[in-house]
Design a protein around this ligand. Structure first.
Ligand code: ADP
Ligand code: MG
Length: 276
């Protein structure tokens, strides 16, 4: 559905991401990971046509992005940016704006639009905030409202740039579970995740960027096993397993890895048993 072909893109003064060829896996949760400034946000922005393309291109349903009309594209892809200016609207009105691709003459939102908003506010657990101005929400509440606005768009593809920002620990996990639920409902979710733990624990697929280039992509398992994450993030990854076989991930600094000797310092994740 979304395909980047030899894509080099940036902001008008040379490319920031270079020669990226990648196709989003349909019906899966893909994590875009990489160090700060590696081009994660730029890749997502390119997929919705918000960067200047220097070479290659982006295709949606096989058709070049440029040939898509804005509203038609919005029915296919909903995008949650990493940051934005707050709207001076109530939560309900702002989320309702997510229905803009369905506005037809006489440009009034319908009962169906309102029902969709009510449903998604409920799903995000913020029904009681519907009349509150967005500018008065806490960081976590705001993030839920923005996510609701993306969901009411009804698009099969969701692009989310660091959706767990501003959320406390339990809310982060709830959000990751919600993304799994959306995938189970058939959505394609591509999320920039700065927390490698979230990516390893929840994502089916990973796209690993380094210095604006695609270092590797594949299933999260493949990427983890290959040791490439340890190289790029300069950490050691420990896989912890409980008595039920569920895996957790721990990280330690690369320095320690250098000081260690023996097979454990091979640069590939080490498996440890959790004793309880
Ligand atoms: P990430 O999301 O991985 O942290 P970004 O895609 O935001 O990285 O940034 C990649 C590079 O592009 C950085 O060097 C950054 O300074 C540059 N960049 C990001 N946004 C802009 C912009 N609006 N104008 C010019 N350069 C930008
Ligand atoms: Mg970013």
């Amino acid at each position: 559905m979304i395909r980047c072909e030899n894509l080099s893109a940036g902001y008008g003064e040379g490319a920031v991401i270079h020669d990226i060829s990648w196709e989003a896996a349909e019906g899966r949760l893909t994590a875009i990971v990489g160090p700060n400034g590696s081009g994660k946000s730029t890749l997502l922005k390119s997929v919705i046509g918000q960067t200047s393309v220097e070479r290659g291109g982006v295709y949606l349903e096989g058709k070049p992005l440029k040939q898509w009309r804005h509203k038609e594209m919005a029915k296919q892809i909903a995008y949650l940016p990493q940051s934005r200016n707050d709207a001076s609207l109530s939560v309900f009105r702002m989320v309702l704006h997510g229905r803009f691709p369905y506005l037809a003459f006489p440009r009034r939102y319908t009962q169906k639009d309102e029902e969709t908003v009510i449903r998604e506010l409920k799903r995000m657990g913020i029904s009681e905030l519907r009349e509150k101005p967005v500018s008065e929400l806490s960081g976590g509440e705001k993030q839920r409202a923005y996510l609701a606005m993306a969901l009411v768009q009804g698009a099969p593809v969701l692009l989310l740039d660091e959706p767990t920002t501003y959320l406390d620990l339990s809310a982060q996990m709830e959000l990751m579970e919600l993304l799994r639920q959306l995938v189970a409902e058939g959505k394609t979710v591509v999320a920039v995740l700065h927390d490698l733990n979230h990516a390893l624990q929840y994502a089916d697929e990973m796209v690993l960027l380094e210095n604006g280039g695609l270092k590797q992509c594949g299933t999260s398992k493949e990427i983890l096993q290959s040791g490439v994450l340890e190289d790029v993030f300069r950490v050691r990854i420990h896989i912890l397993q409980d008595q039920y076989g569920k895996e957790y991930y721990g990280f330690s600094s690369e320095k320690r890895m250098r000081n260690e000797t023996g097979p454990a310092a091979s640069g590939h994740p080490k498996r440890l048993q959790i004793r309880s």
